[in-house]
Design a protein around this ligand. Structure first.
Ligand code: CIZ
Length: 304
């Protein structure tokens, strides 16, 4: 099927099933183009909960579709490729977290949104990369078990007086960026402004001009007077950045900034998912209720 025919078929199936297509900022260009909304995982999950659609096609990775299902248990949540996982989320299991909690009985457990529903269910409160510092500082406990991203944990530790105990996980895509990449890019683009994601190594974060989540990088790029922006996050972001600020120049900080899991979703898989209403992502009710509490506590902190 030609790309245009596939897109037309997706549109037809979407109407037939009263479906909505949500795409993460890291998805391939065609998927972003066909989506009803593009954004970060938590913004998309909140959108999923507030729409009147019966079916949500979540173009992202497994934990994102789980979050949508946690917030919208009555809706059908489809993940077009069920193998699209997150190696960072996979660095921790609920069993391993339960064991670790025994070593730190006084600690509050903060889980990054990039974690499975079961790990969220074992945690006290969730956070995203944009609100992690605020969430940690809002807690009564002085000791924080921060899972699963050690780089984000380090970023938070530099901005709080609390003791942060990091889990030893990382996003292999962001962790690939090295100090040499920054040095090289400063040489080629001395007038460029470097923005990186807090999932990058601490030494990379320390050398960047600005640090932020995907939504913060988008906002920074729109509002900044810089004309040349070097982007230290997954390459899928370039599509939206260029679309929102067509008069600016964007470069990727490292050619290694590509997440193979995020690239698994294609137009054909979206069409197939809408045809068959599979693969569906559903979270067991007991886990869902506990994970919902963890997400809800984050929302209470950020709403206040
Ligand atoms: O929460 C997300 O969507 C991720 C993975 C990163 C971000 O900064 O938005």
């Amino acid at each position: 099927m030609k790309v245009n025919d596939t897109a037309a078929e997706i549109k037809r199936l979407k109407e037939q099933h009263n479906a909505i297509i949500l795409a993460h900022n890291y998805q391939i260009d065609e998927v972003q183009e066909i989506a009803d909304y593009v954004g970060d995982s938590f913004a998309l999950s909140k959108l999923a909960a507030s729409t009147h659609a019966d079916v949500i096609v979540f173009c992202g990775v497994h934990f994102m579709a789980e979050s949508a299902s946690i917030l919208s248990p009555d809706k059908i949540v489809l993940l077009p490729d069920k193998n699209a996982g997150c190696p960072l989320a996979d660095t921790i299991t609920p069993e391993a977290l339960r064991e670790k909690k025994k070593d730190y009985p006084e600690a509050a457990v903060v889980c990054y949104v990039n974690s499975s529903a079961e790990v969220k269910a074992e945690s006290d409160i969730c956070c995203t990369s944009s609100n992690a510092v605020r969430i940690v500082n809002s807690l009564e406990e002085n000791q924080i078990l921060f899972v699963p991203d050690k780089n984000l944990a380090n970023y938070v530790a530099r901005q709080t007086h609390k003791e942060i105990i990091p889990w030893d996980g990382c996003c292999i895509t962001h962790h690939r960026v090295k100090v040499e990449d920054i040095e090289k890019v400063r040489q080629y683009h001395p007038d460029g402004v470097i923005v990186v994601h807090p999932e990058c190594r601490p030494e990379v974060v320390a050398l960047a001009d600005h640090v932020g989540s995907t939504s913060e990088i988008l906002r920074f790029s729109r509002e900044s007077r810089a004309q040349k922006i070097i982007v230290g996050t997954e390459m899928g972001m370039l599509y939206r950045l260029k679309k929102e600020s067509p008069h600016k120049e964007f470069y990727l900080l490292s050619q290694g900034l590509i997440c193979p899991n995020m690239k698994m979703t294609t137009l054909t898989k979206i069409k197939d998912a809408l045809e068959t209403l599979e693969p569906q992502i559903k979270v067991k009710e007991a886990v869902r209720l506990a994970a919902y509490g963890t997400l809800e506590r984050m929302l209470q902190v950020t709403a206040g």
